[in-house]
Design a protein around this ligand. Structure first.
Ligand SMILES: Nc1ncnc2c1ncn2[C@@H]1O[C@H](COP(=O)(O)OP(=O)(O)OP(=O)(O)O)[C@@H](O)[C@H]1O
Length: 310
């Protein structure tokens, strides 16, 4: 077994500008190793370059320069083996309306040269919960069913590495749980390396062992989820006082601002200060609390924190 499922070296992608627009440097020299057997999160704001990177791995977009090895196979030197090692569940729900789910899996298996005797279409349909729709027209499938079928299609050639581009964007809780369960199962039982892009910090926190963050085509962070979340523990408690405060609360590690609506925003780091410490500072300042809520750092804040100084 190779140690790294993916090895990316100095990967660059420049899109030519259309109609007099300047060219776009979507990836500016990425170096990244993704350990075999991990669940790896690729995070970044819109336009950061995530899809470009994934599509290069999948062989759907041509890189400008650099090397990509998938399961030890260099994409340029061993295109067939590197392609066989990876399966991709795309973001768009593009399915051929004329194929049933069973038909779609068979066609996909054919494309990858999987012999009939080794096809697992029924097993895959059962896994993604589509057995009862095996022979229905794709156009009669709901959005959630289509997404499950796309996951199934990515699995027909039993890839070592599974890439999921925004697997749970806009899906309901039930489907999200199902996708998460399936992904964990593939990782645990088959040792499949999973790479997923997501906008949801919660998803990354719950699913991923390690995370890379890209911004403007550059890698700005790469660490274990635990370490990154440690850096992302900025919280904010918002207090609505019964009467305007005579003095502002003061405590170590707490930054207080008065908002225009009369509420007090108390920013702190959960790893250093507890909510109880913050509340005590409020009470010590003689402030009676009408209402209280907490705001968590979202990906946007995390980015600001992580990219500050870059
Ligand atoms: N075919 C293309 N031609 C020109 N520019 C492109 C093309 N595809 C992407 N880009 C540009 O490259 C940059 C990176 O885009 P990319 O889709 O990889 O980002 P992303 O991180 O996947 O964003 P999202 O989360 O919105 O999918 C963006 O500025 C985008 O406008």
């Amino acid at each position: 077994m190779t140690q790294n499922a993916i090895e990316i070296r100095d990967l660059k992608k420049t899109y030519r500008g259309s109609k007099g627009e300047p060219e776009k440097h979507a990836l500016k020299g990425i170096n990244l190793d993704i350990p075999a057997g991990s669940i790896f999160g690729l995070l970044g704001p819109n336009g950061a370059g995530k899809s470009t990177m994934i599509n290069i791995m999948a062989g759907l977009v041509t890189k400008t320069s650099g090397t990509v090895r998938i399961w030890g196979f260099d994409q340029d030197e061993n295109p067939r083996q590197s392609r066989a090692a990876i399966g991709v569940m795309p973001q768009e729900l593009n399915l051929d309306p004329f194929f049933s789910p069973h038909g779609a899996l068979e066609v996909q298996a054919g494309l990858y040269g999987v012999p009939k005797s080794q096809r697992r279409s029924d097993e895959i349909l059962a896994m993604v919960g589509l057995s009862d729709k095996a022979n229905a027209y794709a156009r009669t499938l709901s959005g959630g069913m289509r997404r499950r079928l796309l996951l199934g299609k990515a699995l027909v050639h039993s890839p070592r590495v599974l890439v999921l581009d925004e697997p749970t964007a806009g899906v309901d809780i039930e489907l999200r749980q199902m996708l998460w369960t399936n992904i964990r199962k593939l990782n645990k039982e088959q040792g499949m390396t999973i790479i997923l892009t997501t906008h949801y910090l919660e998803e990354a926190e719950e699913m991923c062992d390690e995370i890379a963050i890209i911004n403007h085509g550059e890698l700005v962070a790469r660490d274990s989820t635990a370490n990154l979340l440690g850096k992302m523990d900025a919280k904010c408690m918002v207090i609505d006082p019964v009467t305007p405060p005579a003095q502002l609360p003061a405590a170590d590690g707490v930054e207080v601002t008065q908002r225009p609506d009369g509420t007090l925003a108390l920013a702190y780091h959960a790893s250093q200060t507890t909510a109880e410490d913050v509340l005590r500072a409020v009470r010590d300042a003689g402030i009676a609390i009408r209402d209280v809520k907490t705001e968590q750092a979202d990906l946007e804040d995390v980015f600001l924190t992580l990219t500050r100084g870059h």
